[in-house]
Ligand binder design. Structure first.
Ligand code: PMP
Length: 443
């Protein structure tokens, strides 16, 4: 009944078909299962968790240790760290968990200003502003950048926070085919002539929205080609680096560094602290004028309580480790490790015959299941063998393109990865998802 569905609203949103609703109700235990530890390489997963179990799970609930192949903890900073953790505790003592104020109302600490300078330096832009949540960074900054009379051209697989920001802006929104610069150009050509001055166009402003690494696909943005098209048509580029900042590029500076794009060619750089840096919050980096403008026009900056100071300190410390400013070379080691781990895991999965999406060096590697009915078998069987995976399904992906979304971390050891591969291989045989059998690959 619809009453029963209330608790499952996020996954059922927009699902009209009765049978699809029934299916999702039966596999609710594959989503949102609580854990009782940091999201590191190994996690404590609550054992008894089912859809009809609406009771509060106590922190004493029985858990099992599982290999974690699902968290965005790319550099391993989500666990206790010899450099970050003591500084975060110190920040908690000195500043408390909350600033109890918006940035303009006493909610700016010396840590916030230090972080903004550090982020600007790290991503290679003149200035930056930080906000309390990555999701809100997209959904509140995009409407501050563009409005009625403007044109947004958005990649078809952009994250929900970007879609939300674009829709809420009041600008006209057009979508181009995922990661296809030629289609972006086609959409632009329908609207304006090449080289037409900004002042002579039917649009006040044109912004192209893309991501560095697409979170459901594990794929790198074709940024060199996209920035070239944007330049040709004088459109602004907005790049969401939630999954690429800190995770790729020789020194962790994201997709620009990875693909050799000059950061001057990307007008607005957005990112989050929730993945590679093991914290929370988001940033926008750009020209000094742009950041100054956003600080006085974005409601999420003006009216929302600022980032929690210990979370700010966590990012400062993690970025310093990545930069080698902690006096060690752990940052470089972590970066080398995540690349090595990701490429090893991806190539082994491919050798086994799985259909794996995404590019080399990307820590995200979705394994295609297609049929959503295979979700519970994959998820439950992996869990039974002490491997925790994240299932990506409708509405985050098209209904018949369900997948297990594997995320690799620098904190995984080779032994961890080998265990994960063994379990996934067994489960893959059991449920028949090795769509490229090994014999077939030899021909
Ligand atoms: N952008 C992208 C591309 C994301 O994948 C996410 C969340 N995973 C966000 C923004 C929102 O960031 P946060 O989770 O830090 O709020």
């Amino acid at each position: 009944s619809s009453k029963n569905l209330q608790g499952y609203a996020p996954i059922c949103l927009g699902l009209e078909d009765f049978y699809i609703r029934r299916l999702y109700l039966r596999i609710q235990d594959c989503f949102g299962r609580p854990i009782a530890s940091p999201p590191d390489a190994w996690i404590d997963v609550v054992e008894r968790y089912s859809n009809d179990n609406n009771k509060t799970l106590l922190r004493t609930a029985k858990t099992s240790k599982c290999l974690n192949l699902g968290s965005y903890n790319y550099l391993g900073f989500a666990a206790a760290d010899e450099y970050c953790t003591p500084r975060v505790i110190e920040a908690l003592r000195r500043f408390s968990p909350s600033t109890c104020g918006a940035r303009v109302d006493g909610g700016t600490t010396v840590l916030h200003t230090e972080l903004e300078e550090l982020v600007a330096k790290f991503v290679g832009k003149p200035a930056a502003v930080v906000l309390g949540m990555g999701y809100v960074t997209n959904s509140a900054i995009i409407p501050a950048l563009i409005g009625k009379g403007g044109l947004i051209i958005s990649d078809s697989l952009n994250h929900n926070s970007i879609i939300n920001g674009a829709r809420g802006s009041g600008a006209t929104v057009r979508v181009f085919q995922h990661n296809m610069p030629s289609h972006l150009e086609e959409v632009l050509r329908e609207q304006i002539a090449e080289g037409q001055p900004r002042t002579h166009r039917p649009w006040k402003k044109i912004i192209v929205l893309v991501e560095g690494i697409y979170s459901m696909e594990g794929e790198l943005c074709k940024l060199p080609e996209i920035t070239a098209v944007c330049k040709k048509y004088k459109a602004y580029t907005y790049l969401d680096e939630a999954h690429s900042i800190g995770a790729i590029g020789k020194t962790g500076r994201g997709v620009c560094e990875q693909l050799g794009v000059d950061t001057a060619d990307v007008d607005i750089m957005m990112g989050t602290f929730t993945k590679s840096f093991g914290s929370c919050g988001g940033y926008i980096a750009g020209s000094k004028e742009l950041i100054q403008y956003l600080k006085y026009s974005c409601p999420a900056h003006l009216y929302a309580t600022s980032m929690s100071p210990p979370a700010v300190q966590q990012v400062i410390s993690a970025v310093k480790v990545v930069l080698g400013e902690d006096g060690s070379n752990r940052g470089a080691q972590k970066l080398a490790r995540i690349r090595e781990n990701s490429n090893f895991f991806r190539s082994e999965l491919q050798k086994m015959g799985f259909e794996v999406l995404g590019d080399n060096d990307s820590p995200i590697m979705p394994i295609m299941l297609y049929n959503p009915a295979k979700i519970p078998a994959f998820s439950r069987e992996c869990l039974r063998q002490n491997v925790a995976v994240v299932m990506a399904a409708f509405p985050a992906t098209p209904l018949l393109l369900a997948r297990a979304r594997i995320c690799i971390s620098a904190s995984h050891t080779r032994e961890d990865l080998v265990k994960g591969l063994e379990v996934i291989s067994r489960v893959g045989d059991l449920i028949g998802i090795k769509y490229f059998p090994v014999e077939h690959q030899k021909h």
